[in-house]
Design a protein around this ligand. Structure first.
Ligand code: SAM
Length: 287
């Protein structure tokens, strides 16, 4: 039975282990059972699923995941939390594996292969806010076998994921999310549902992998390089941003030719382009 999820239990565990919150790891633990239920429902977890949890903390969401999924693999960077998880809060569950590592260094493809016979997994997390974007980008860009990603993020990040070209929230994250997934906001979550309270409001958002991407492009990898380059220097014209980027393996002349062939003005900024234009530009560069 899940025992965590209310503030009293969380405080009890934190005191028992003299746990000190690490700001640098973005630790805001969930203390609201309704929100936990909403995450589980939004993620549509079944007893057939392998769930990858990023940042289990003291194991609050993990307990709910263990009760609903076949298996849970939980990756936690803070070694001070590992004894709490292993000896205490998750001790009674035999379907959980805890990995003490940085999620950005973990080979997720290998986990899917070894622990789920290559079948797509579900990712569920109350994400550490300081690296939400790199985590989500790395999950999406590599086209890993992931069925859905259900995550707690800052409200403003959820807005960026859903933003349209030309708006202030629009960026590389919007394009990566919209290329790979359909989005659904499952809940708005106020700061008082966490300990300690974050400064901003949060959202539970589900990204369900699309069967087919909305545009066909020969190299999504190159397209994402162009997207990153265009938004890293979003004040520059598309041509200059791409030509100045070490990630884009083409010279200014080639880039100008591809931009012209795509029918885009060379003075345009990347921030007004949609997936369709980035896809076409990628294919023109590839010749
Ligand atoms: N899941 C818990 C909950 O909902 O109460 C904790 C969520 S807390 C917002 C984020 C968790 O991610 C923390 O436990 C933190 O230590 C962990 N974390 C931070 N950076 C990480 C990283 N790079 N890799 C894995 N875990 C990380």
């Amino acid at each position: 039975m899940a025992t965590l999820g209310d503030p009293k239990k969380t405080i009890e565990i934190l005191n028992k282990y003299h746990f000190v919150f690490q700001k640098k790891f973005g630790q805001n633990f969930l203390i609201d059972t309704h929100v936990l239920d909403k995450i589980i429902r939004a993620a549509e977890i079944t007893k057939d699923d392998l769930v990858l949890e990023i940042g289990p903390g003291i194991g609050t969401l993990t307990q709910y995941l263990c009760e609903n999924a076949r298996k849970v693999v939980a990756v936690e960077i803070d070694r001070m939390l590992i004894p709490i998880l292993k000896e205490d809060t998750l001790a009674e569950y035999d379907n959980v594996e805890i990995i003490n590592d940085d999620i950005l260094k973990v080979d997720i493809g290998k986990i899917v292969e070894e622990k789920n016979n290559g079948r797509p997994i579900k990712v569920v997390a109350n994400l550490p806010y300081y690296i939400t974007t790199p985590i989500v980008m790395s999950l999406l860009e590599k086209d890993l076998p992931i069925e859905s990603i259900t995550v707690m993020v800052q409200k403003e990040v959820a807005e960026r994921m859903q933003a349209s070209p030309g708006t202030k929230d629009y960026g590389a994250l919007s394009l990566a999310v919209q290329y790979r997934a359909d989005t659904y906001i499952a809940a708005n979550v106020p700061p008082n549902c966490f300990m300690p309270r974050p400064a901003v409001g949060s959202c539970v958002i589900r990204l369900r992998k699309k069967d087919e991407p909305p545009v066909s492009v020969s190299s999504p990898e190159l397209m994402f390089k162009l997207i990153r380059a265009a938004f890293n220097q979003r004040r520059k014209t598309l041509l200059n941003a791409l030509a100045n980027s070490s990630e884009v393996p083409y010279g200014k002349e080639e880039i100008l030719k591809a931009i012209t062939e795509t029918g885009i003005k060379e003075t345009i900024r990347g921030e007004v382009l949609g997936l369709k234009e980035f896809g076409e530009l990628t294919d023109k560069l590839l010749g």
